[in-house]
Design a protein around this ligand. Structure first.
Ligand code: G3P
Length: 223
């Protein structure tokens, strides 16, 4: 199971990479807008310098020619760039054309296993179903992860399922159990995965007990 960070915040990426738990990064226009003080290209180059794992860069064009042109441009920025393309008819064409050129793509905004199957057929390396947004509309996001992971494995498709739109740590556990190859997480969810009240309380207790015995030893030495 690989973990990607779903952010365009360089400080968050640096921290998570230092923890040794991050295998790649996914960005999108919304995440870029939150930090967008530099150009998207400059930001992507910086992120690709922090992690050697796949870094998804999302296209904006809505026609296949435009998506392919943007994809080629992103692919020239760094060897670990993956071009993120939304699920739609021109998107499938762009994925197919970029695959022929050896450029890896991540098909985003997937909400059904069939959409994921089509993206894999077109040649996408990564398939990104959005679990949180499905849960938001009273559907079972994790069901799509389970179905699509099964389809990829059963038919030996050359693609990896990224659980995206992750909102809480339980999504990560469930995605791992459902067979997803990857989950991409907001930094907050990664932090939530680290912590447990009993762990935090245990650390505080160990420190307090240590300090107490040290004080007693110091006192005994004096006396
Ligand atoms: O990975 C996709 C993600 O950025 C979308 O998340 O929470 O806006 O549905 P959310």
């Amino acid at each position: 199971m690989k973990l990607f960070l779903d952010t365009a915040d360089v400080a968050e990426i640096r921290t998570a990479v230092r923890w040794g738990v991050i295998d790649g990064v996914t960005t999108n226009p919304t995440l870029y807008a939150k930090v967008g003080k530099t150009s998207y290209d400059e930001l992507l180059v910086e992120i690709c310098g922090i992690t050697s794992g796949p870094v998804s860069a999302e296209v904006i064009a809505d026609d296949a020619d435009g998506m392919v042109a943007e994809g080629r441009h992103f692919a020239r920025l760094a060897p670990n760039i993956v071009v993120k393309i939304p699920m739609c008819e021109p998107g499938l064409e762009a994925i197919s054309r970029l695959a022929e050129e050896g450029i890896r793509t991540n098909c985003t905004l997937i909400f059904t296993a069939n959409q994921g199957l089509l993206a894999a057929k077109a040649g996408a390396s990564f398939l990104s179903p959005f679990v949180g947004r499905l849960d938001d509309v009273n559907e079972d996001g994790m069901m799509v992860i389970r179905e699509l992971s099964d389809i990829v494995n059963l038919h030996d498709l050359d693609a990896e399922v990224i659980t995206a739109s992750v909102r809480h740590p339980r999504h990560v556990t469930d995605a791992a159990l459902a067979g997803a190859h990857i989950a991409t997480l907001p930094f907050k969810v990664l932090q939530q995965m680290v912590h447990h009240p009993l762990t935090d309380r245990g650390i505080a207790q160990f420190k307090a007990d240590w300090a107490k015995v040290q004080a007693e030893l110091a006192e005994a030495k004096k006396g």
